[in-house]
Design a protein around this ligand. Structure first.
Ligand code: ADP
Ligand code: MG
Length: 276
């Protein structure tokens, strides 16, 4: 049985207000993010797309409360995010480093639930099993992560986030380290879990097609320092399908539009050879 949580509208919206981030100080200071502002509505799926090195992981760390921005603020609903919020879970790109090799799959998934007040061992086990079922791994609980393929390990990492029943799920290039077939399976899994759990999802990717396929809106990042170039609404019908959705004219137009935005340098920032 699936429990769909009902949260008040806007309670799980996530907003970035004038976020800047500079690494280093003095002569070594580098401004990576400059004045990034956007809002992800409650229960919306938003993809952030931008080239490698643009500062996507930096932005996600600020949004997750793992690192303070140099300027600006992040809000979850009305609350300012100053530390990792209870209601938020993160899936990182590198599943091999996020899973504990000495724990079984079920133990890995139950990790964030340990110590949750009022949760009995039996209820914890039920939540873990439900999460594993949601990612198609109901029989893998007693195995160890290293016995599984990369795609299956990333499913375990997703199950761990789901078991936690977050209102907001942040994902940092979650499918960048798996082969193309597994990647499209995991993209479809994202649609499935979204339909089932109904949480707010913010997924960061450098893959334009992936962003269009998954999102209700795509936030395009570019420029130096990086800022929001455009927020592109994606009105492709659900349920989406790898073959039929991706062969529509709307899909091709959105992909081409975003590609153009990423390639075009922001006004006044054209690269001048020899003057970096
Ligand atoms: N902790 C850090 N200290 C200094 N520079 C960093 C740190 N983390 C990332 N950077 C630099 O910030 C830039 C953006 O990195 P990152 O956020 O990882 O980009 P992306 O995820 O878009 O590839 C890169 O040039 C990277 O080298
Ligand atoms: Mg990154």
């Amino acid at each position: 049985m699936t429990t769909v949580k009902t949260t008040p509208v806007h309670a799980s919206s996530l907003s970035a207000v004038g976020i800047s981030k500079t690494y280093g100080t003095g002569a070594a200071a580098r401004e990576i993010l400059g004045n990034v502002t956007f809002e992800v509505q409650s229960q919306e799926t938003v993809c952030i797309v931008g080239p490698s090195g643009a500062g996507k992981t930096t932005l996600l760390r600020c949004l997750a409360g793992l690192m303070p921005p140099t300027a600006g603020a992040v809000y979850l609903g009305k609350d300012e995010v100053v530390a990792p919020p209870q209601r938020l879970a993160v899936v990182f790109q590198d599943y091999s480093r996020s899973l504990m090799p000495w724990l079984t799959v079920a133990e890995n998934v139950s990790l964030p639930l340990r110590g949750r007040p009022g949760l009995s061992k039996t209820n914890r086990a039920t939540k873990v099993q439900a999460a594993l079922e949601s990612v198609g791994l109901s029989n893998a609980g007693t195995q160890y992560p290293w016995q599984l393929s990369g795609g299956m390990q990333q499913r375990v990492a997703i199950a761990r986030a789901l078991a936690y029943e977050p209102d907001v799920l942040l994902m940092d290039e979650p499918f960048a380290s798996v082969d193309a077939q597994t990647r499209s399976d995991l993209e479809d899994l994202t649609h499935t879990i979204k339909a089932k759990y109904g949480m707010t999802i913010l997924l960061v990717t450098h893959d334009i097609e992936e962003s269009v396929y998954l999102a209700d809106r795509v936030i395009v990042l570019s420029g130096t320092p990086t800022s929001v170039t455009e927020i592109v609404p994606v009105n492709l019908a659900y349920p989406r399908d790898q073959v039929s959705t991706k062969s529509t004219r709307e899909f091709a137009e959105l992909r081409a539009h975003i590609l153009k935005l990423i390639r075009r340098p922001a006004a006044g920032q054209e690269a001048e050879p020899g003057h970096d």
